[in-house]
Write a protein that binds this ligand. Sequence first.
Ligand SMILES: *[C@@H]1O[C@H](CO)[C@@H](O)[C@H](O)[C@H]1NC(C)=O
Ligand SMILES: *[C@@H]1O[C@H](CO)[C@@H](O)[C@H](O)[C@H]1NC(C)=O
Length: 777
Amino acid sequence: MLKQIQKKPNMNMLIFKCLQMALLLVFTSRYTIAEKTQHPKRTYIIHMDKFNMPTSFNDHLQWYDSSLKSVSESAEMLYTYKHVAHGFSTRLTTQEAELLTKQPGILSVIPEVRYELHTTRTPEFLGLEKTTTLLVSYGKQSEVIVGVIDTGVWPELKSFDDTKLGPVPSSWKGECETGKNFNSSNCNKKLVGARFFAKGYEAAFGPIDETAESKSPRDDDGHGSHTSTTAAGSAVAGASLFGFASGTSKGMATQARVATYKACWLGGCFTSDIVAGIDKAIEDGVNILSMSIGGNLMDYYEDTVAMGTFAAMEHGILVSSSAGNGGPSQATLANVAPWITTVGAGTLDRDFPAYITLGNGKRYNGVSLYDGKLPPDSPLPLVYAANVSQDSSGNLCTTDSLIPSKVSGKIVICDRGGNPRVEKSLVVKLAGGIGMILANNQDYGEELVADSYLLPAGALGEKASNEVKKYVFSAPNPTAKIVFGGTELGVQPSPVVAAFSSRGPNTLTPKILKPDLIAPGVNILAGWTGKVGPTGLSVDTRHVSFNIISGTSMSCPHVSGLSALLKGAHPEWTPAAIRSALMTTSYRTYKDGQTIKDVATGTPATPFDYGAGHVDPVAALDPGLVYDASVDDYLSFLCALKYTSFQIKLVARREFTCDKRIKYRVEDLNYPSFAVPFDTASGIRGGSQKTSTVQYKRVLTNVGTPSTYKVSVSSQSPLVKIMVEPQTLSFKELYEKKGYTVTFTSHSMPSGTTSFAHLEWSDGKHKVTSPIAFSWT
Ligand SMILES: *[C@@H]1O[C@H](CO)[C@@H](O)[C@H](O)[C@H]1NC(C)=O
Ligand SMILES: *[C@@H]1O[C@H](CO)[C@@H](O)[C@H](O)[C@H]1NC(C)=O
């Protein structure tokens, strides 16, 4: 999601309106259209019924073309899809789209939607140094290919150096596509493939302005270079951003290969391009797909990306996606399909301090990546932006909102939110200010995100911000001084859940807990584009090879790279097995036993914030047992959602009829976590029975040596009785499967109540731990 994490109420409203429109415009053969007026053309993704091609056609392309021509003489196919859908995308008017739905063999005509991009010490923080010896004995990591759907790459980065790598895996079928500022010599044994997908984008916005962005895999934004080098960049000694976070920069899987699929452009990413990227990635032979992008939630059979990732999962590809930057509000998740690994964000133990001292002598600790000329060493006049602006949103330091005569020579306090944080520093600078304090409100709490501001500036948490403002409003001549402290390591507590990290519960499928886990996503150093400076602002002419940015966009590729490590160590594991290993071995407490905190509140976080916990790759290499899941399990899941055969065909591109004799249940999907929503009303039957009982079934697969596991349950709350049957599971062989049942008996609780517990299988050596999240609705 956006690299500059911002709340954008107006933008959200806009997206919401677009989504409402999009939902209205989804025509499947079950929907009729209310709107009859002429609309301009837009892009639709058309799913055809593979198994019911009229016999009058010899080939599918001919069939597609004929169906299309029957509603529009002029329409041309943008893409034809092979794996993610059986079908194509094209531009149509509303009427044409409606007509097309009525043609024989058309399953659905879905309007495309726009997605947004949701950033070296990480390996040490994760304990990856310890895995070196473990991994040498396996050594298949270099066979693993991580596909990244993003803004492309900057191939000249040292992070793509391939000198220590062997030949490209023979299974690789991808290509290095040529385009503006990019040709086949930009790929090598590290960057093994690079493609771009611009047809949907150009159909919507017109031809790409090649003076602004390259119509090629080249990254003009920075986001894609950052995510791909985080996942699998080579080690680069002496990396830093202006000396901040200096050290060796390396991806999670330094020997894995990278293939970039550029589907995101300066104006966003369109689903017709995204799924074209997924389609090619499947064909090319990637093993892991990293997608730090997201849109709004919609039913899986209307969500083209959910369908595309289902196809990827079928091909054994693990798809890792960002959970979104909608936190700390509840129920803000993106990418919740159970065949996707959904990653939230936590902090590292690293900080970039900026000390702000007020005229009253009080000092506050903030953060900053400012690296320019230092401000005068004397206290400077301090003003609050709202007091030196005529604009109603002047407190946010929006463009042109400050009155230069009232700002000149002063430090300005700007509230966080609205426009990008670094843009605020530019607005202050242009108005003649010589410093900025970025003030958190309650939305951001104590979360500090460091930025490479364009003038001396520091970010403060909510408490300090309130005190600084109180001082400005009361002192006759308020002043402040900003001093910068470089890079600080060993900051505790860490990790804490980032305020921006999107939170559960999962509103689309409440019985599946999301996010799945968290990984580092705050102030992450990784590779950057040569096209724009670290702030991404056009006035920022600085050039850097590494940048420090934040978001669930940055935590997602950590998990993608770690999945590549696991895939290299255990090539036979399914995507579900890899995810299970990452989840059941993740941790939820600090060394002192305290639960990981939520920086937004300062209180202990819950599984709705961190899922199974914070990733621990060393433990994940040897999980003991995994909760595996196959395509059949996901088909049963779709049956449990009461999807019709028609809807299942849309998601899974196959004829599948749910067996009427089977009682399919979402709670039986073999997931490594438990989300248990209780209906407040259903617990009270006839006024007498005040408890409600639900059962969840799970199956464990042994991926270790023969062993006997015993179950234990830690409940932090007396609200629910948890019973597991059987209590002991003995595994004699590798890949042996054993099932168990958990029974949850709850008292009726007021709506809105939540409670949490953990269930753990242990043989004394391994701990296979699952979070349980109860909620009463
Ligand atoms: C690729 O581009 C570079 C730089 O423009 C050029 O030197 C090189 O010859 C090109 N290689 C190919 C294979 O076209
Ligand atoms: C500055 O703004 C604050 C908050 O909007 C307000 O309470 C205060 O009175 C203002 N001070 C001046 C001098 O206008």
